[in-house]
Design a protein around this ligand. Structure first.
Ligand code: GDP
Ligand code: FO1
Length: 321
């Protein structure tokens, strides 16, 4: 019985924030929600005013629920910032822009965590209440914080990204807590049991790199029989948004699609690159990865659906050696 696109395949995606959310939005339009599991980076998680913020989990959930502020790619559309303004009056730091409705999510999450629930349980609750049927799982329930060592200090990733606008030279990325971080329930199982694993176009160092740093994840990706497809977040030697290019350059990694492929080469089957990077196909194939090119820039909904269809199409025709 032939499979129709997205009909029967169980898909597990590894995701960061905004870049991943766009592809997952497209994928969700063509794949039944119960076939899709999304493992999300929590290295960006941070605390403000005693509240636990999980930016990437929220970006994915808000996007799939149709709530996201599409212009920014994060936060809730048409949100107001009255609470933040009052916090500023009281002298608190307000560089991380938490909207009023967004704050409700962080309050709810924090109340549940304080009552003893795990982050994965809280996430399941939030997703159910937002009406989502896709399975969204944090990479780990354990403490994990991405820290950036600059020339003068070591700071949380959000401080590097938002407060300092990625202006520091990155000397080292520290995955704090990685040694003890166990995968959340369902992470390893969903990789092993999937028919297709998609590595979303996310920052390879601080979104996908963190997920790969969780104990057992890389091994599961090597062991699974799933077809493993990654989409390059680098197009024509530059980023669509975010600091991945600056970070790679600072760390002496060439800013190119093939460098990203190299970072995943121990487990990857197929690498989807932009047409602009067609000259790099041979270089990627020398890594033992099938390289395919298409227009990977997602602006409108049609672009997201087209890329999602393309990925499922190449995965369905790929045969492992
Ligand atoms: P993250 O998702 O949390 O890792 O952070 P960002 O949302 O900043 O994006 C991560 C990466 O996704 C960046 O390196 C972007 O270049 C890439 N990205 C964002 N939008 C697109 C897109 O439409 N197509 C492709 N190919 N990459 C994208
Ligand atoms: N990104 C910003 O550039 N500035 C902000 O003030 C900001 C606030 C914010 C609040 C909630 C949330 O869920 C995400 C938020 N982001 C903000 C996005 C976030 O910092 C990053 O895009 C992700 O961590 C990277 O995926």
């Amino acid at each position: 019985m032939p499979k129709f696109l997205g009909e029967c395949d169980t898909i597990t995606a590894l995701a960061g924030g905004v870049g991943a959310a766009k592809l997952l939005d497209g994928l969700s339009s063509i794949v039944q929600p119960d076939k899709l599991t999304i493992i999300v980076n929590t290295g960006d998680d941070c605390e403000f005013y005693g509240l636990h913020i999980s930016p990437d989990l929220d970006i994915i959930a808000y996007t799939l629920a149709g709530l996201v502020d599409e212009e920014k790619g994060w936060g809730i559309k048409d949100d107001t910032f009255n609470c933040l303004e009052m916090l500023r009056v009281y002298g608190h730091d307000t560089w991380f822009k938490l909207g009023d409705r967004d704050l409700a999510t962080h309050i709810h999450r924090t109340v549940m965590l304080r009552s003893g629930y795990k982050l994965s349980e809280v996430t399941r609750d939030i997703c159910a209440k937002l009406g989502l049927r896709q399975k969204i799982i944090p990479m780990s329930d354990d403490y994990f914080a991405t820290k950036i060592r600059t020339d003068k200090d070591t700071i949380h990733f959000q401080e590097y990204l938002v407060k300092r606008c990625s202006s520091d030279v990155v000397r080292e990325i520290i995955y704090e807590g990685a040694e003890n971080a166990k995968p959340a329930p369902g992470v390893i199982e969903s990789i092993i049991d999937a028919e297709i694993v998609i590595v979303c176009p996310s920052n390879p160092l601080v979104s996908i790199g963190t997920i790969l740093a969780v104990n057992g994840v890389r091994q599961a990706l090597k062991e699974t029989k799933a077809k493993k497809v990654a989409v390059s977040p680098i197009i024509g030697g530059t980023v669509v948004k975010g600091p991945a290019d600056k970070m790679m350059r600072s760390l002496g990694i060439e800013v190119s699609a093939s460098s990203v492929a190299k970072l995943y080469s121990d487990f990857l089957d197929i690498f989807v690159m932009d047409e602009a990077d067609a000259p790099l196909v041979k270089e990627v194939e020398r890594l033992g990865i099938k390289a395919v090119v298409t227009d990977t820039l997602m602006k409108a909904k049609e672009d997201k659906i087209r890329l999602a269809r393309f990925i499922l199409g190449v995965a369905s025709t790929f045969r492992k050696a």
